[in-house]
Design a protein around this ligand. Structure first.
Ligand code: SF4
Length: 376
């Protein structure tokens, strides 16, 4: 999540609001937070004010209005973005109106502990349902796609259904993509209740890291393999759209062709298979010695796996990979999949003719990337 930082006046509690960039006299939206270079008393109609200015007049300070001042990178905020103002001066950007990579982050709790997980997770109960419901009410109804992620969203139980219901009600034109390890869907009743919410456009992305229980379970650090498969099958029984996500690591790259074969044989109904490069944060960074492999080293395995699925008319993509590492035959599967705010290019990319097409790197991979990156 992108965050900005400022100094605070009258900031006693967290506030959630939608960014406005101007303040016409007739304007009144109790949820709006004005982002402005020059705050004055006319701007007091808003829930709060954030500004890059450093000097705030006495009349504004004494108004009681919440003001965040001295905010650098203010111009990164766009009208319609949704932010959370924290009393410590941190401004979290929870939704970006112009981005196609927005997510609802619903919990940090997880029942797996994947060795290459780039997200902080905990086994303790955390549940952001109330905040997420408030966020959904502020999101632009024209938003085309929205992810639901964690942690493991299904651990919220009924609260996950409430969140999906709220999306259905407030964002009827928005496609949802739930990222889940699939384990909870092994419970038929749970899968049924998920489906009964009746969201018209929902897809579930589920990771499968190997074609054997031993390898998969070691990577996710729990006995989840058969439950995940059962979960996928239950969702398929209810005609849900399931995508398989495979993060490639040193622990599974050699089995990619076998995994592709396994998916074709056992899960031919899935609508999409994504082979993904690692984001080297959190557990991935901590376990780097065990999970990292230079993507250059596994291209032959990846090529074979993609070919196995593609020849059988399955829908395959490659996420988070740089074009200069992929054989040209794989370029048509590569997608610019990294969220804009954490998408970077390194010095070698400066003179590259394919930069516009290439997905680049996660910001966290600035110093951890293939030795074979080269301008094309
Ligand atoms: S040099 Fe950079 S921009 Fe060019 S293909 Fe490689 S990673 Fe992409």
């Amino acid at each position: 999540m992108r965050s900005l930082l400022g100094h605070t006046i009258n900031a006693k509690e967290s506030l959630l609001g939608r960014i406005a960039l101007n303040s016409p006299w007739f304007f009144y939206d109790p949820n709006s937070i004005l982002a402005t270079n020059s705050p004055d008393r006319k701007t007091l109609r808003h829930l709060a004010i954030i500004t890059n200015a450093n000097n705030i007049s006495e009349s504004l300070t004494s108004s009681g209005k919440t003001i965040y001042y001295g905010v650098s990178r203010l111009n990164e905020l766009k009208a319609g973005d949704v932010v959370r103002l924290n009393p410590n001066g941190k401004i979290d950007v929870l939704y970006e109106r112009e981005s196609s990579h927005n997510v609802l982050f619903v919990t940090e709790q997880c029942n797996c502990s994947c060795l290459m997980c780039p997200q902080y997770t905990t086994s303790n109960k955390t549940d952001y349902t109330e905040q997420v419901l408030a966020l959904i009410r502020l999101i632009d109804p024209q938003t085309r796609t929205l992810g639901i992620t964690g942690g493991e969203p299904t651990l919220l139980g009924n609260n996950l259904f409430e969140i999906i219901k709220a999306c259905k009600q407030n964002l009827p034109n928005t496609a949802l993509q739930v990222l889940s390890n699939g384990i909870r869907f092994a419970d038929f009743e749970f899968a049924k209740n998920f489906v009964l919410v009746g969201h018209p456009d929902i897809q579930i992305g589920i990771p499968l890291y190997a074609d054997t229980d031993t390898e998969h379970n070691y990577i996710v650090q729990t006995n989840g393999f058969y439950k995940t498969l059962k979960g996928i099958q239950n969702l398929a029984l209810f005609k849900q759209r399931v995508e398989i996500r495979i993060v490639i690591t040193a622990l599974n790259y050699k089995r990619l062709p076998k995994l592709a074969e396994f998916i074709y044989r056992n899960l031919p109904f899935v609508i999409h298979i994504a082979f993904m490069g690692m984001e080297t944060k959190e557990l991935a960074k901590k376990n780097l010695n065990e999970v990292w492999i230079d993507p250059y080293e596994y291209q032959s395995y990846l090529s074979e796996a993609v070919e196995i699925l593609s020849l059988r008319k399955m829908n395959v993509s490659i996420y988070n990979h740089q074009l200069c590492l992929l054989p040209k035959a794989l370029w048509k599967y590569a997608s610019k999949s990294i969220s804009l705010w954490k998408n970077i290019y390194i010095d070698e990319c400066g003179s590259c003719t394919q930069k516009q097409l290439c997905g680049g790197f996660f910001a966290s991979c600035r110093n951890i990337h293939s030795k074979h990156i080269h301008a094309l």
